[in-house]
Design a protein around this ligand. Structure first.
Ligand SMILES: Nc1ncnc2c1ncn2[C@@H]1O[C@H](COP(=O)(O)OP(=O)(O)OP(=O)(O)O)[C@@H](O)[C@H]1O
Ligand SMILES: [Mg+2]
Length: 257
């Protein structure tokens, strides 16, 4: 089981969109569990558009993080993938448990229970440095950082890299990290920013996800991308690049970190 987080401290940087369509692409390659760790629930909405809210409140990612329910009792199954949904109540997570280490370990134990069932786990994370982010980073082998061109890009990336470094130090872990550039156009400003990211040592920059109306509208309509379109290929390639990083032995790409 390979656990991958999609993270950026900057809001609106394409985390949920990337997580959603990457999950669709990974699910074509192996059994995939989608975990929504963001109380906004955008990924939950995408994966489970018809979810009953009363049932959701009874079992969700928060129930698992607090050790109140078994993960298998909170996972919903769809045709494409299995989903551990989020809920707005996640806003109160730190009120119930302010200790991020115990949250990290609780989620580790939960994932251990389903280790044999899934080839891939994709975690969407909130756009801020909350305990949910630390829990996701701690439990992931690879952190994908979607980056969009903005004046905040480098600052936001550095804040997240600090957060990852802190988790690595506290828990003596080493994470794989990769950038996923989205929305970069041909302008000089965008290309220079992309070059700055590519210059950051030891962090590969994966293939670009285009700015695309179909990605936006399909995600909003909670639909998968149309097969064989440019957008579909971009995420299909991202799935191959992701596998090359977490499972090079089984990769069709000759690409190592
Ligand atoms: N490649 C793309 N092309 C066009 N629109 C996109 C693309 N990626 C994301 N968007 C749009 O940008 C907006 C922000 O994307 P998204 O919700 O995925 O960001 P996020 O990082 O998850 O935000 P938050 O921090 O609020 O969770 C959404 O309206 C989404 O449809
Ligand atoms: Mg999001």
């Amino acid at each position: 089981m390979k656990v991958i987080s999609v993270s950026n401290i900057k809001g609106g940087s394409g985390k949920s969109t990337t997580a959603a369509h990457l999950a669709c692409a990974l699910a074509r390659r192996g059994k995939t569990l989608v975990v929504d760790m963001d109380m906004q629930g955008d990924l939950t909405d995408f994966c489970l558009p018809d979810l009953d809210l009363v049932a959701l409140e009874e079992s969700n990612v928060m129930s698992v993080l607090l050790g109140m329910k078994k993960i298998s009792d909170c996972i919903r199954k769809t045709k494409q993938f299995d989903v551990l949904p989020s809920t707005l109540s996640l806003a109160k997570l730190t009120k119930y448990n302010p200790d991020s280490t115990s949250l990290c370990l609780q989620f580790k134990r939960a994932l251990e229970e389903v280790r044999k069932e899934y080839q891939f786990v994709i975690i969407d994370t909130p756009g801020s440095a909350k305990h949910e982010l630390t829990t996701a980073i701690y439990n992931s082998e690879l952190i994908l950082i979607p980056v969009t061109p903005s004046k905040w890009t480098i600052r936001a990336v550095n804040l997240l890299l600090d957060e990852i470094a802190q988790t690595e130090t506290v828990f003596s872990q080493k994470k794989k990290i990769a950038f996923v550039p989205s929305w970069f156009g041909p302008s000089k400003k965008h290309r220079e920013l992309l070059e700055k990211l590519k210059a950051i040592e030891e962090i590969p920059t994966l293939g670009e996800i285009p700015k695309s109306e179909s990605i936006k509208t399909k995600t909003e309509k909670q639909e998968s991308l149309k097969k064989d379109t440019n957008a579909w290929y971009a995420f299909d390639r991202l799935a191959d690049e992701t596998i090359a990083l977490v499972d090079p032995e089984h990769s069709i790409l000759n690409f190592r970190l």
